[in-house]
Design a protein around this ligand. Structure first.
Ligand SMILES: C[S@@+](CC[C@H](N)C(=O)[O-])C[C@H]1O[C@@H](n2cnc3c(N)ncnc32)[C@H](O)[C@@H]1O
Length: 314
């Protein structure tokens, strides 16, 4: 028994070490599994240093948590941040549906959904909503609060789940199941060094006709009315083609097979913020692959990617 426990602890330690030193290392059920995409190169030493620093931010506690690392946004804040139709999409979910919040932090938005205030603000769909959808809050690090524990025990079993300990792409598809709605408010979509693998995983977990709502800050939007006349510093998240030309995040999302992407700049902000909805339209999704070329730890990190052009047919 003791030997089995030591062996299990050993594998877990290998997993944690692997996560720290190799971003494409993956652990499932405490087993070391191979990276999903053979195309991903191991990070250079300087990039690895930044990835380690990012891990330190995730694991920070108390006074060590950087002030800009916000983990307690309310559902109201999600509603204001995401595209306006997110609110209705959530309100329309019924008890047979599932909602995944990726990069949930403390999971406050999920808790707010089950509160009376949500029903008071969405009176019209109340009957159809019934006891509401089941929700999964996902975070790399465990930021559950006493409030989460208190509310979880008052809800019917299985209504809310908090999953932590690994990144989205490290879950096998059957581990989390399928979702009608997925959200990401300054979570994995803003923080991952592997944006295309992240999107592949989101789409694999969505039902057909399900939608993913997310946002990026400091990105070159498809349409930007306040665009400055003079050149500015590189955007926090950027993509270039193999030939070095800029590829906007919106146009990359629009190239995904079996998906429809909508992009809208948030005109309330001087820093360009773009909000996205990606709706899965059929099962056979394919995300144009991106390679990480630059990653500097932060809240969120600065990231540059290169679009990998598909190999020419022989
Ligand atoms: C800044 S917090 C945002 C929390 C919450 N959405 C909010 O607005 O309060 C970032 C969250 O994203 C999570 N995260 C970052 N990268 C992730 C990934 N690849 N997969 C899953 N979660 C991720 C972190 O663990 C953390 O929970």
């Amino acid at each position: 028994m003791a030997v089995v426990r030591i062996a299990a602890l050993g594998t877990a330690a290998v997993c944690i070490t692997g996560l720290l030193v190799m971003p494409d290392f993956a652990c499932a059920q405490n087993k070391v599994v191979k990276p999903r995409s053979a195309a991903v190169k191991p990070p250079s030493a300087p990039m690895q240093k930044e990835i380690n620093e990012q891990t330190r931010i995730y694991q920070s506690r108390g006074e060590q948590v950087p002030a800009e690392y916000v983990t307690d946004r309310s559902l109201l804040s999600y509603t204001i941040t995401l595209l306006p139709d997110f609110d209705l999409s959530l309100a329309k979910l019924g008890p047979a549906d599932r909602w995944l919040d990726i990069g949930a932090g403390q999971g406050r938005a999920v808790l707010d959904y089950y509160g009376e205030r949500f029903d008071a603000m969405h009176a019209e769909g109340r009957e159809q909503r019934g006891s509401k959808a089941r929700a999964v809050a996902l975070s790399i690090e465990d930021r559950r609060t006493a409030e989460w524990q208190q509310i979880a025990v008052t809800l019917e079993p299985g209504k809310i789940e908090y999953r932590f300990g690994k990144r989205l792409r490290e879950y096998a598809p059957e581990e989390l199941g399928r979702f009608k709605l997925a959200t990401d408010v300054y979570g994995g979509f803003s923080y991952t060094a592997n944006l295309s693998l992240f999107m592949e995983q989101v789409l694999a977990m969505l039902d057909v006709n399900g939608s993913f709502y997310t946002v990026l800050i400091d990105v070159n939007p498809e349409d930007w009315p306040q665009r400055p006349a003079t050149p500015r510093a590189p955007f926090q998240t950027g993509i270039i083609s193999a030939a070095g030309a800029e590829v906007k995040v919106c146009s990359w999302l629009k190239r995904i097979r079996c998906a429809e992407a909508s992009c809208e700049v948030d005109t309330r902000s001087a820093t360009p913020i773009e909000r996205y909805r990606v709706k899965k339209t059929c099962e056979n999704t394919a995300v144009p692959a991106l390679e990480s070329t630059h990653f500097v730890a932060g809240t969120p990190p600065a990231r540059q990617f290169q679009l990998m052009e598909p190999a020419a047919a022989p």
